[in-house]
Write a protein that binds this ligand. Structure first.
Ligand code: ZN
Length: 273
């Protein structure tokens, strides 16, 4: 099903060469409905003003990316992370975002099970703060290739389990990103499980290139790679998910290109698919 452009959102990092103000103007001019701010977008700015500018330009603030990185070998490291997550929750509240995306963290050399336990504890310690701020903490499971150092939560099943262990707290949720989850044979069922629990918070799209030049910064534009983005989008929408489809592409190749032309290609994809 083609998406209306007003039903899509773009992450500011997708157009990293643009300033925060440029992203707001360009997305608004293109008729895009929402914007997800990466925290660097607030540098030297007051998140409250940034949120107001976005709304005055007709954009809905969809999310903030990102908090997380809850793991660490010392209690001190883990406490620093919790403090930083509380600041990220405050920024999300100030910009008027209903959610904060979490890249949960993983510490090389530490067992994944221990890291997952630390993640669950870290999130648990932020939930009251999040509830007070009206912000949902959206766990984003990351592809297993990042298990060593970016996230020990690598599947929707693990993300669902953490949410359930935290009693599906109203301030917990999940961000499904096709890049991280497309390989999973249980993906459809696990998307449905998250929706049933009221935890399907966000949906991110891009594509997986093969071969890829860089495992972090060589994502593809939808349609360039091997992910059946339409099929996964249908699974998401058929749960009754009413949220935005968020375009989140880290790509050295696209960052080096003309950003206006690139944004046109993004819009074009949704008009055709
Ligand atoms: Zn994502």
């Amino acid at each position: 099903m083609p998406k209306k452009i007003s039903e899509i959102a773009v992450h500011t990092i997708t157009n990293k060469p643009w300033s925060t103000e440029q992203c707001i103007k360009e997305y608004s001019d293109a008729g895009i409905g929402g914007i997800t701010f990466w925290r660097y977008s607030f540098e030297g700015r007051d998140p409250k003003n940034v949120g107001r500018q976005a709304r005055e330009s007709g954009l809905e603030v969809v999310s903030v990316a990102r908090g997380g990185f809850f793991t660490g070998q010392t209690q001190g490291e883990r406490q620093n992370s919790i403090d930083d997550n509380k600041r990220a929750i405050d920024e999300s509240h100030e910009v008027g975002s209903p959610s904060l995306v979490l890249v949960c963290g993983s510490t090389p050399g530490q067992g994944l099970r221990e890291s997952r336990q630390q993640i669950q504890e870290g999130i648990g310690q932020c939930l009251d703060h999040a509830a007070d701020a009206g912000v949902i903490l959206a766990i984003e499971p990351l592809h297993p290739l990042y298990a060593a150092d970016r996230s020990a939560v690598n599947s929707m099943e693990q993300a669902n389990q953490i949410c359930e262990n935290l009693n599906n707290h109203p301030s917990i949720g999940i961000a499904v990103d096709v890049y991280h989850t497309w390989w999973d044979e249980h993906l459809k069922n696990q998307i449905e499980r998250s929706a049933r629990n009221g935890n399907l918070t966000a949906f991110h799209v891009c594509d997986w290139l093969s071969p890829m030049q860089d495992t972090l910064n060589d994502r593809g534009l939808m349609g360039e790679g091997c992910i059946d983005v339409n099929e996964i989008s249908e699974w998401i929408d058929s749960t009754g998910f009413g949220g935005f489809h968020e375009v989140e592409i880290f790509s050295n190749r696209w960052w080096d290109s003309d950003q206006s032309e690139y944004l046109k290609k993004i819009v074009n994809y949704f008009e055709k698919n």
